[in-house]
Write a protein that binds this ligand. Structure first.
Ligand SMILES: Nc1ncnc2c1ncn2[C@@H]1O[C@H](COP(=O)(O)OP(=O)(O)OP(=O)(O)O)[C@@H](O)[C@H]1O
Length: 583
């Protein structure tokens, strides 16, 4: 029951609804005691032949009125309690979503999306039930169960009550045992569901790869196997769930049997009347629900406990990169100074950036090149503060970026990652994503610089064309250029192009770079690329190898010195010449 204590913050927040709801539940429980009493009384009066038509009419009217009140109050408490529990679900979901958006990439390396989705759906649902059906079963089992027992013992016969309830401890032991089993099995079912979520998420994202490698059949097979595991584990839960009700019914039937046998003896010995025995048996019928409610309560609370613990442990994970208390809310642009002594992603990582020192004046373009996996993207991620430098610092305008709020820093940056992502909305909305007030002219201008404007006009609905799930209906080059336009829309002080021109031809690349040069006068640009032509006009080019700078300078200087840059440049020139047929 400790989960109720943990949810106290919510019950306090919604105290009006819960106080009213629980009060109405108690009134409903008390009103339910009336009809059996009236039935017993009327039967006794009939046996005594002392019941007048008027009195009968009065009692029938009372039962009818009682029924009407029950109808109204039941409706109201449901609205109050179940309605509030929906608010809890919304609050938890909002908290989780907000938390997920603050997390750094490491968090998503450790937690799979499918698991996180399972927490945001199944776990939230289980906690909602605790705050809704959990409260109902808690109050009903105590108040309704307790008051029926008191009525049976005090107003009819405590001996009959005691004897007829003898089988109850069996039920308590069994339901506790089932509760434990249920907890374990629910946990396994939840894990299997997470696994299935992960499978679906991954397969849908990688559908093209799966098909192109002819693995569709195998993938369907793997999905089927995982779906079977989910069914199997849920069946195990359902089997225990299914035991709760029959067990309680069996116990109650035994109670019925005992009360009729022993009750008849009490009637014969004139200890109770027939009417009282009928009232007693009717009360026993009412007692079925509170008994079921106890079973349910264990069940709901067990699930709620496990789910709330999982949600809390997720929410308690601190974001690795977050604003310090004194973080500046504004960043003045200026020279960017990389002064990294060393950086590693984590202890297990073999990769290390070391001794990275260079300056980029405001308005300059810097090219970063090198073989694959040498740390080009890592350098850019450090500027974006997706990770923090271990030893050393990166500063913008003499300000260590660690001392600036993430929002203030990223506000200055337009980032085009290697893996572009388009939302399932129109081309225009995709481009204006970070600038909702953008005018058509702003969107057109960004598109023109990214050399995608004419392509968009050729689409069936131009800028209103809806881009399919993850932009499947566009070519790789078109997607890349829309991503570039998206990052240009706000005309950021720092533009980062992370190998994002790989899918466009050399001519288009040249056009884009020329427009950028013309339009971004006085603004800083970082370009990483495998093509030397993309960086040759930069003010500074650095060559990375195994996380270290092995060459630096301007294109004209680097082609004079024997080294990686010269070798790559000449090789690529030759390749281009060959492609053009040696002309
Ligand atoms: N999140 C991470 N955790 C641990 N290691 C990582 C992480 N991201 C990248 N690495 C490793 O860091 C090294 C440098 O990666 P990075 O992406 O910076 O290279 P790159 O030069 O941009 O490569 P490419 O040209 O292929 O894009 C690689 O060995 C990579 O495996």
């Amino acid at each position: 029951m400790s989960v109720f204590k943990d949810l106290l913050w919510f019950f306090k927040q919604e105290k009006r609804s819960y106080i009213w709801g629980i009060s109405l539940l108690i009134i409903v429980a008390l009103l339910e005691l009336l009809p059996p009493k009236v039935i017993g009384f009327v039967i006794d009066e009939m046996i005594k032949k002392s019941l007048s038509g008027k009195t009968l009419f009065f009692w029938v009217g009372l039962i009818f009125l009682n029924g009407l009140l029950l109808y109204l109050f039941r409706f109201l408490w449901r609205r109050l309690i179940f309605g509030s529990s929906l608010k809890l679900a919304k609050q938890l979901r909002d908290n989780l979503y907000h938390h997920f958006t603050k997390m750094s990439p490491t968090f998503y390396q450790k937690n799979r999306i499918g698991d996180l989705m399972a927490h945001a759906t199944n776990d939230v649902q289980a906690v909602r039930e605790t705050a809704g059906a959990g409260i109902l079963t808690f109050v009903d089992s105590i108040i309704l169960g307790g008051s029926v027992l008191v009525m049976m013992a005090v107003s009819i016969s405590w001996k009959l009550t005691l004897i007829s309830l003898l089988p109850l401890p069996i039920m308590a032991i069994l339901t506790q045992y089932y509760g434990k089993l249920l907890h374990q099995r629910f946990h396994l079912a939840q894990e299997a569901f997470s696994e299935l979520n992960n499978k679906v998420q991954e397969s849908m994202s990688g559908l093209k790869v799966i098909r192109s490698l002819g693995q569709a059949k195998e993938d369907i097979g793997a999905f089927k196997n995982q779906a079977d595991v989910v069914v199997k584990n849920n069946m195990k839960v359902a089997r225990i769930d299914a035991l709760f009700d029959p067990t309680i019914m069996l116990v109650v039937s035994i109670s019925y049997l005992i009360s009729i046998v022993y009750g008849s003896r009490l009637v014969i010995s004139d200890d109770i009347t027939i009417g009282q025995l009928i009232t007693f048996v009717t009360y026993l019928g009412i007692l079925i629900w509170p008994m079921l409610a106890i079973g349910w309560l264990f069940n709901i609370v067990e699930r709620g406990r496990a789910s709330y613990d999982r949600i809390r442990s997720l929410l308690s994970i601190e974001a690795e990169i977050k604003d310090s208390d004194q973080a500046l809310q504004k960043l003045a642009m200026g020279e960017i100074h990389y002064a990294i002594d060393s950086f590693t992603y984590n202890e297990e990582s073999n990769f290390k950036l070391s001794d990275i020192h260079f300056r980029v004046k405001e308005g300059q373009t810097i090219g970063i090149v090198g073989k694959t996996g040498q740390g080009k993207t890592t350098l850019l991620k450090l500027l974006l503060r997706e990770y923090d430098v271990n030893q050393g610092r990166i500063s913008v305008g003499d300000m260590n970026i660690k001392n600036v709020s993430l929002h203030a820093l990223r506000e200055h940056i337009g980032y085009v990652p290697q893996e572009h992502f388009l939302f399932s909305s129109t081309v225009k909305e995709n481009i204006a994503f970070s600038f909702t007030n953008a005018t058509d002219e702003d969107v057109y201008k960004a598109s023109e610089i990214a050399n995608i404007h004419n392509d968009i006009l050729d689409f069936t609905e131009g800028y209103q064309t809806v881009v399919g799930e993850r932009g499947v209906s566009l070519s790789g080059g078109q997607k890349q250029r829309i991503s570039i336009a998206r990052s240009l829309i706000k005309n950021p002080n720092i533009l980062i192009l992370d190998d994002c021109l790989s899918a466009v031809d050399a001519k288009t690349e040249e056009k884009i770079l020329r427009s950028l040069k013309d339009e971004r006068d006085g603004k800083t640009t970082f370009i990483t690329s495998h093509r030397m032509s993309a960086v040759m006009h930069s003010d500074l080019i650095i060559v990375l190898d195994e996380g270290k700078i092995i060459q630096r300078g301007k294109h004209e200087e680097l082609v004079q010195i024997d080294g990686w840059y010269k070798e790559m440049f000449e090789r690529q020139q030759l390749e281009e010449l060959v492609q053009q047929g040696g002309r």
